[in-house]
Ligand binder design. Structure first.
Ligand code: ZN
Length: 247
């Protein structure tokens, strides 16, 4: 997919990088990415992927903007409170980059509709914060043969992992809903932390789509914001995994 003169100028700082270059930028333009959850992680991911020139971005979220979202969901403005998240996020992304296509799905992703909602994309980013949704996204990605980049945050810390179709998958890592599962609504989260984790998700997406560097496939990056500490841990495939164990 050739780049126009305007695109070559817009993405000049990418094209300068030997790991991206003109070819990598064309790969970003040709790519289609679904973002599940237009929240604390989905907002910065979507902004960076739109700015990066990912050709088609599909936003999936059935929620409306709440005043308490604005502390971290930087794609929204005060005037957006009460409006559908996917609509306001799409407007912000189009204002940022009108040369890309933004698709909206104002639906709640579930086991029943996950494959339909995610069909036809090259990569899925999941920034939702409940395990039922994450399991449904993971199972659909595995069935569709699409890589999943998954992020999570709470309080001061967060994590990012990438799950390739050949495994390990998210379910190898989290076999069932942990009994101590926490949500940001209950325990709180620092807004800037969601920016860090959402940006790492976007960075991983760009690497994956442009074939640059070593992605987090098969690894998880743990970020401790309160102590300013980062580490990466290898993930193992679970032969008894209910999603990828029988392949
Ligand atoms: Zn698995």
């Amino acid at each position: 997919m050739k780049l126009s003169a305007e695109e070559r100028e817009r993405y000049a700082r990418h094209i300068l990088l030997k790991e991206i270059g003109g070819l990598g930028q064309q790969q970003l333009k040709a790519a289609s990415v679904a973002i599940v959850g237009a929240g604390g992680l989905g907002a910065p991911s979507a902004l960076y992927l739109a700015a990066a020139g990912v050709g088609r971005i599909r936003l999936i979220d059935d929620d409306t903007v709440a005043l308490s979202n604005l502390q971290r969901q930087i794609i929204f403005e005060t005037a957006d409170v009460g409006a559908a998240k996917v609509e306001r996020a799409a407007a912000a992304l189009r204002a940022l980059n009108d040369s890309i296509i933004i698709e909206t799905r104002a639906e709640r992703l579930s086991e029943a509709n996950a494959r339909d909602l995610l069909a036809g994309v090259d990569l899925v980013l999941d920034g939702t914060d409940d395990f039922a949704t994450r399991f449904a996204v993971n199972a659909a990605c595995h069935a569709l043969g699409v890589t999943l980049i998954s992020g999570a945050v709470g309080r001061w810390s967060g994590q990012v992992a990438a799950f390739a179709p050949q495994g390990p998958c998210y379910r190898c890592f989290v076999p069932s809903t942990p009994p101590d599962a926490e949500t940001c609504e209950r325990v709180g989260v620092v807004g800037a932390l969601t920016g860090v984790i959402g940006s790492i998700m976007a960075l991983e997406a760009i690497k994956h789509l442009a074939d640059a560097g070593e992605t987090l496939a098969g690894r998880i990056l743990l970020f401790d914001g309160l102590n300013a500490d980062t580490r990466t841990v290898k993930l193992a495939r679970d032969p008894a995994c209910p999603v990828c164990g029988h392949d």
